[in-house]
Design a binder for this molecule. Structure first.
Ligand SMILES: [Zn+2]
Length: 536
């Protein structure tokens, strides 16, 4: 090969991406208290497979970004801010350029202060957990530095598949919403795949994601492992020993694997996911091009109003987690600083025109990713459990329904109660702002409905708010009832909305639901008829 050809080649490559990959083992070296379930009684007993922090660094001519995947329940802001500040100081990375994701495995160590009211830790156990966190921060920094040091020319490509073991877990019962299986609830089965190859076409990294809790293993086990995401990574690295497999947890806040309850099932789900990742890699990938763009904002999420009395009462309750939460909140009252809101991180990393990763904090429900992808059709990956995991993030509709993710989990997260009604509005305003900063704009047809918008636009906006079939194309003849899209709560809310449009009490029992409300066109006709009869 002549020198001239080599020169041409290196110039051609210099305008593309460069990528660096690294990993560091983060399996606790000694028995440690495990996170995810409140009823564990002692520290871990054994290790099924190692836990990892894996790093993909990417750079183009002008910018860099770093994606960090960890087999952990949830990296808290205390750690991600600390590591980011050091990276900023020593490598000049902006906060927006660093994405930390956690797989949410329920078979890993406690990562303090994530879920801090869940555990009854003695002084020694607490010391071990804090020590693990300090070591973890050092490990993360070292792994990121290493990935930045081994950047070399790379080809990036992206594809999308589906896996089918996630199920909506918010089951309706006469006593309210419980954790179970809800076959009618929202699910997001997407499996995004980002492939990284070297200049000579060697596979270097595969980043893939799924929106489902890592809760397949028994909830009373004391064996450290990464659950299905851990098994999926192992499977991919077994068939591609030259590559690093990285899992990103997506919006699986209200999703559980189905079936679940054993190590065998965790391995089976992991293998199914790995097989789908390889199928997509073999079938259809789109090559990505620079530039890299990144944006990051912290917004405020507001809690419902609370008073000191609530926690004085809670302090006397039998549940020790509630007593721990109450004590912490009362202390904040004593110090005149009771939390009225919490910071919420929203980040976007765009890799050219064909892929944007939106990374949200917390345990985000699937309806969020369905709604974002609807508003921004194209190649958008919506990760959750990113940069901080401060709580579950319920949809507006789930807030009205209640249940574990909305109410009880806030005790374990040591938050002073559920969020105010506007949590989804605030997050979507933040998402639009962050995506706009990387050049993405929402579809005009789905722009916020105003009182001046057409009846059709406002109806579609209502269905979106109700999280009704958010992955559907809405048209005048979309069948609502026969397709089971409207459950009883959504039907009631639609009825209330129609009453407001008509401007008078309508006898809702008088018309046949399946006839009058069958399609969007019929609802429009119904409202028009009532308005006419009022005018006449
Ligand atoms: Zn969870």
């Amino acid at each position: 090969m002549s020198g001239i050809t080599n020169l041409h080649e290196s110039r051609a490559l210099s305008v593309g991406f460069r990528a660096g990959v690294s990993r560091v083992e983060i399996t606790p070296q000694a028995p440690i208290w495990m996170s995810g379930y409140p009823h564990r009684k002692h520290a871990s007993r054994s290790v099924v497979h190692s836990l990892w922090a894996k790093v993909l660094a990417i750079e183009d001519e002008n910018a860099r970004t770093v994606i960090v995947a960890t087999d952990l329940i949830g990296l808290p802001r205390a750690i991600t801010d600390f590591v980011s500040a050091r990276l900023q100081e020593e490598y000049g990375l902006e906060r927006s350029q660093i994405l930390f994701n956690s797989t949410h495995t329920h078979n890993g160590p406690v990562v303090w202060p994530n879920l801090r009211a869940m555990f009854d830790l003695g002084k020694r156990e607490k010391g071990e957990v804090l020590e693990y966190g300090r070591g973890l921060a050092a490990h993360l920094f070292r792994a990121i530095a290493e990935a930045l040091k081994n950047l070399e020319p790379a080809f990036l490509s992206y594809g999308l598949g589906k896996a089918h073991f996630a199920a909506n877990r918010r089951e309706w019962t006469p006593e309210g919403v419980r954790i179970g299986v809800n076959p009618l609830g929202a699910v997001d089965l997407d499996v995004p795949v980002l492939e990284v190859r070297s200049q000579d076409q060697q596979l270097r990294a595969v980043v893939f994601g799924y929106a489902c809790h890592n809760t397949t293993c028994p909830d009373d086990s004391y064996e450290l492992n990464g659950d299905y995401a851990g098994f999926a990574q192992i499977e991919l690295e077994k068939s591609h020993p030259e590559a690093t497999a990285m899992f990103l947890m997506l919006c699986g806040g209200d999703q559980n694997p189905n079936p679940r309850g054993s190590f065998e099932l965790a391995e089976r789900h992991g293998k199914a996911l790995a097989a789908e990742v390889d199928r997509i890699r073999g079938a259809s990938l789109r090559k990505l091009e620079p530039p890299i763009q990144a944006a990051f904002e912290n917004i405020d999420l507001v809690f419902a109003p609370h008073t000191r009395e609530t926690f004085e009462k809670e302090l006397r309750e039998p549940d020790p987690s509630r007593r721990r939460r109450a004590a912490a909140i009362l202390k904040s009252y004593d110090e005149s600083s009771p939390a009225r809101c919490t910071l919420y991180p929203i980040q976007a990393i765009r890799l050219g025109p064909d892929l944007t990763i939106l990374a949200l904090g917390g345990e985000v429900m699937a309806s969020y990713s369905l709604r974002v992808k609807k508003e921004y059709p194209g190649n958008l990956v919506v990760a959750a459990y990113s940069n901080d995991v401060m709580s579950y993030i319920p949809s507006r509709r789930a807030l009205r329904e209640g249940g574990y993710e909305v109410v009880e989990s806030m005790v374990y997260y040591c938050q002073p109660g559920q969020y105010s009604d506007d949590v989804e509005d605030r997050i979507f305003a933040g998402i639009r702002s962050v995506l706009q900063r990387v050049g993405l704009h929402s579809e005009e047809s789905l722009a916020e409905a105003t009182p001046e918008s057409s009846l059709r636009t406002r109806l579609i906006s209502l269905f979106r708010d109700l999280n009704v079939g958010t992955d559907l194309e809405w048209s005048a003849d979309t069948s609502l009832l026969r397709s089971g899209l409207l459950d009883s709560l959504a039907t009631l809310q639609l009825a209330e909305w129609i009453q407001r449009q008509v401007g008078a009490d309508v006898d809702l029992l008088q018309f046949d639901l399946s006839e009058e409300w069958e399609t969007i066109a019929r609802i429009e006709q119904f409202i028009a008829r009532h308005r006419q009869s009022q005018a006449g």
